[in-house]
Design a protein around this ligand. Structure first.
Ligand SMILES: [Fe+2]
Ligand SMILES: [Fe+2]
Length: 277
C-alpha cells in the first residue's frame, strides 16, 4: 500500500499536524493525524500509520531533533495510533511514552514495550510536561478501553483521539475548508461506526459527559481523525449529542447469508432423487 502521508502543517501556533488518511470506499477518506507540540520539552501525540513508515519518521525528524523529543503520548493501542511507535521510540533516546496501563498491556500482544520508557496515567490526571500543563480524560466516544484524550492548557487544545472524527470526500487542513454538512454528517457516521456502543448509550448520561466538554470549550479540537476544528467545540458536541438516537451504522457486506441459503436449497431440491418426499 502506498504511503498517504501529506505535508505537515500548523494546527495552532506551536502544534504541528502530521496528516495522513485511509480510504474507506464510498464513505470517503478518513483523516489519520499525529501531532507534535513544539514546546521546551516537545510532545508527540500518536505515531501515525505503519503504511507511512519511513516517510512518517522523516517528516517528524524534520520538525524536531530525535534527541530533543521528550514525550510520546499514545492515546490508545489501535494500529492507526501506534503504527510507528517502536521506530520513533528507538530513534529518540530521551523520549518517554505516556499512556494508559491498558495500552501497554494490549501492545504487549505484539511487542514488549520497555517498562523503563513508559509512564502510565489514567483519566482525571493533570501533569506538567516541561512546564506545559496537560490533563488526561476519557473522550466521549472511543473504540478501545485504553483511550485517553489530552487537554493542553497552554495551547487551549483538546487532543480528542477517535472522538469528533469524520469522513470527508477530500482532505482539508481546517474544518472550515470542508463543506459543513459533509463534515458534520461524516462525524455522525464515523462516531457510530467507530463506537457502535453509542446506540446503547443512555441519553442523559451521554449528555452529562458531553456537558463536561462543553464546559471545557477548547479553542482547538484536534481529533486524530479530522481536520483542525477552531472555535466550534459547541457545534461538535451538538453533532455527537444526537448519535445515540440515530440508527446504528454497519458497513456493506459481500456475503448475504439468506441469499446463499436460498440458492443452496434451490440447487439441493433440483438434485433430489425422483420419488423422494
Ligand atoms: Fe481507535
Ligand atoms: Fe483511530
Amino acid at each position: 500500500m502506498p504511503s498517504n502521508l501529506r505535508k505537515s502543517y500548523l494546527a495552532t501556533s506551536d502544534i504541528h499536524t502530521l496528516p495522513s488518511h485511509l480510504p474507506l470506499g464510498a464513505l470517503g477518506l478518513l483523516p489519520v493525524n499525529a501531532y507534535l507540540i513544539s514546546a521546551r520539552q516537545p510532545i508527540l501525540v500518536d505515531t501515525g500509520l505503519a503504511i507511512d513508515r519511513g516517510n512518517f519518521e522523516n517528516a517528524l525528524w524534520s520538525l524536531v531533533d530525535p534527541r530533543d523529543l521528550r514525550w510520546i503520548v499514545i492515546t490508545h493501542d489501535d494500529r492507526d495510533h501506534c503504527g510507528n511507535l517502536k521506530e520513533v521510540l528507538m530513534a529518540a533516546p530521551n523520549a518517554t511514552i505516556i499512556t494508559n496501563g491498558l495500552t501497554v498491556a494490549r501492545l504487549g500482544e505484539e511487542w514488549d514495550v520497555p517498562a523503563h520508557r513508559v509512564r502510565t496515567v489514567n483519566p482525571g490526571r493533570t501533569v506538567e510536561l516541561g512546564g506545559r500543563t496537560v490533563s488526561f480524560m476519557r473522550p466521549p466516544s472511543y473504540d478501545s478501553p485504553a483511550t485517553l484524550a489530552m487537554y493542553d492548557h497552554t495551547g487551549d487544545a483538546l487532543f480528542a483521539a477517535d472522538s469528533f472524527g469524520t469522513v470527508l470526500p477530500e482532505m482539508v487542513e481546517n474544518a472550515g475548508d470542508a463543506d459543513r454538512s459533509d463534515y458534520l454528517e461524516g462525524m455522525s457516521t464515523f462516531t457510530r461506526a467507530n463506537a457502535p456502543w453509542t446506540a446503547l448509550a443512555d441519553q442523559v448520561k451521554w449528555d452529562s459527559t458531553l456537558a463536561e466538554f462543553s464546559k471545557l470549550n477548547p479553542g482547538s479540537v484536534l481529533s486524530s481523525h479530522a481536520p483542525t476544528a477552531t472555535s466550534r467545540a459547541g457545534e461538535l458536541v451538538e453533532t455527537v449529542r444526537a448519535v445515540p438516537a440515530m440508527d446504528p451504522w454497519l458497513p456493506d457486506e459481500d456475503l448475504e447469508v439468506e441469499a446463499v441459503l436460498d440458492r443452496y436449497e434451490a440447487s439441493h431440491s433440483d438434485t433430489e432423487p425422483q420419488g423422494a418426499k
